[in-house]
Design a protein around this ligand. Structure first.
Ligand code: ADP
Length: 485
């Protein structure tokens, strides 16, 4: 991380604070909603509910106004809802009343009944009033009422100057006192919840942040290059998984670091040997007359060649690793190309007694990157020569497999040498991997050859592998598509 980013992250709130703030905000929101509904809106809710009750009672009565059951319906509704009900049927000559009124009902007052009927006419057929409205004023019909009531009046126009009136009233329980009690309770509830939120916040944040802080500490050490650090995730699954991942990463980093150190040691050793040889032989040839022989010059040339290969390997692998390398695909005769490689290789090595046999059925043309595939074959051949047994035999086999149009060409490079131990096979493709056994030719390997093979074959979408048993030899193979018919 850059300096700037570290500074930025320092200004950010920690997970502990964040969790506490979220919980506090949630609690506050919860309390606000409770306050709103229980204190501020309680009166409105109560009034609404009562209003609905009155109207639904009026609806039921209206529906049954001509039924014989009307009286019992009125009584039932009145006792079920604690309401007072008065139904008046009025023709010009005749008035009939049906009622279920308690002793103290305000509907006993003709003044109020007349007032309500008048209001209902004025309001277009129905009206609803609270007895507090205009209460206290002398001219209000409600001025003498002691308790608070809600009255509903509906006028049914039957035509021919005949009207029916339904009046329903309920006593309203004073909400104010209830609100005060609830308010007092809410003070206590709010205090308890705020304390609970803080405690919960602290506990949660500890549980969540502690393991992360611990992992962060270890990660910082990892950043400083201490790869032997171990991450301990406890508390919950995500942290446990994170620590597992980091442990794997630390492990991998430590492996790469070891390999890198080994490579530097190997490369510097590998560079030093040929350089010492070149300087040594050159000095001898300069200083001692008669030592300027073709054999000595050949040693210098061989060692220079070895140096060249080493540098080339390092360049290839770093290119492939950087991912910048793309295949430069051309159509070419791969069988011929292999033959050329063998011919060149034999010349270069002086072939001190090695036999390289190339077995193939037919010449094959492929679409591939010739230079890179040649390097793959060269690397495998080179390894086979370096590791083969006393018989000094190496076989390269070419075979074509697969259906028309999807044909693949496979090459097996087989030697009869030391082979590879089962447990090491998975590592040999890793860059910088070099087995600790001494090479036949000291200082030949770089540990990069096979990882170049891997990189190039993967670039061509092909497959690669090895069949090997210790002491018996190895069969390194790779297979690529793009075979032309
Ligand atoms: P090197 O330059 O060391 O040969 P490579 O990447 O080509 O690097 O090979 C990695 C390792 O794989 C070698 O050090 C060797 O131990 C093993 N190896 C490769 N080819 C063979 C082979 N034909 N027989 C036995 N071991 C082999």
């Amino acid at each position: 991380m850059t300096e700037k980013k570290i500074k930025k992250s320092k200004n950010k709130l920690g997970i502990g604070w964040k969790v506490t703030i979220y919980i506090a905000a949630f609690t506050a929101a919860l309390l606000v909603v409770v306050w709103l509904f229980q204190v501020v809106l309680l009166d409105k809710f109560y009034e609404n509910e009562k209003m609905n009750e009155l109207m639904s009672t009026a609806d039921v009565i209206e529906k049954n106004i001509d039924s014989d059951e009307l009286r019992s319906i009125i009584y039932n509704r009145a006792s079920a809802n604690g309401a007072d009900i008065l139904v008046i049927t009025q023709t010009p000559l005749y008035q009939k009343t049906e009622k279920a009124l308690s002793f103290s009902s305000i509907l006993n007052s003709d003044l109020i009944v007349n007032y309500m009927i008048k209001q209902a006419f004025e309001d277009g057929g129905s009206c609803i009033r609270r007895s507090t409205e205009g209460g206290g004023k002398k001219q209000s019909p409600f001025s003498k009422t002691t308790s608070e009531n809600m009255i509903y009046c509906r006028v049914l126009d039957e035509g021919g100057d005949t009207y029916k009136y339904i009046l329903v009233s309920v006593t309203l329980t004073p909400v104010g006192a209830t609100v005060k009690t609830i308010q007092k309770q809410l003070y206590v509830i709010s205090a308890v919840f705020i304390v609970l939120a803080i405690v919960l916040g602290i506990l949660l944040s500890r549980n969540i942040s502690h393991p992360i802080i611990k992992i962060n500490k270890s990660a910082k050490k990892l950043g400083e290059g201490k790869y032997d650090i171990s991450f301990e995730g406890e508390g919950y699954r995500e942290v446990y998984e994170l620590s597992e991942t980091l442990n794997t990463a630390a492990n991998e980093l430590s492996k790469v670091d070891t390999l890198r150190r080994e490579l530097i040691a190997n490369i510097s050793h590998d560079l030093r040997t040929p350089l010492t040889m070149i300087t040594g032989y050159s000095e001898v040839m300069r200083d001692i007359p008669g030592e300027n022989t073709p054999e000595n010059i050949q040693v210098v040339i061989d060692e220079a060649e070895h140096l060249r290969r080493l540098v080339n390997d390092i360049l290839s692998i770093s290119k492939i690793e950087a991912g910048m390398d793309s295949a430069d695909v051309v159509e070419y005769n791969i069988t011929q190309s292999v033959k050329n490689i063998i011919a060149r290789y034999s010349k270069m090595k002086g072939v001190d007694g090695y036999t390289i046999r190339f077995e193939y059925d037919s010449e094959v043309t492929v679409c591939a990157d010739e230079t890179k595939i040649s390097q793959v074959i060269y690397n495998l051949l080179n390894n086979a020569i370096n590791y083969t047994g006393e018989d000094k035999n190496v076989v390269i086999k070419q075979s074509v497999r697969g259906e028309n149009g999807k044909k693949k060409v496979r090459f097996d490079v087989i030697d009869s040498g030391i082979g590879i131990a089962e447990e090491n096979i998975k590592y040999i493709w890793d860059r910088y991997y070099k087995e600790n056994r001494t090479h036949k030719r000291a200082g030949v390997g770089t540990g990069l050859g096979l990882s170049i093979v891997k990189g190039v074959v993967e670039l061509h979408g092909g497959k690669y592998g090895v069949v090997s048993s210790e002491g018996k030899g190895s069969d390194f193979w790779f297979e690529i598509g793009g075979v032309k018919e």
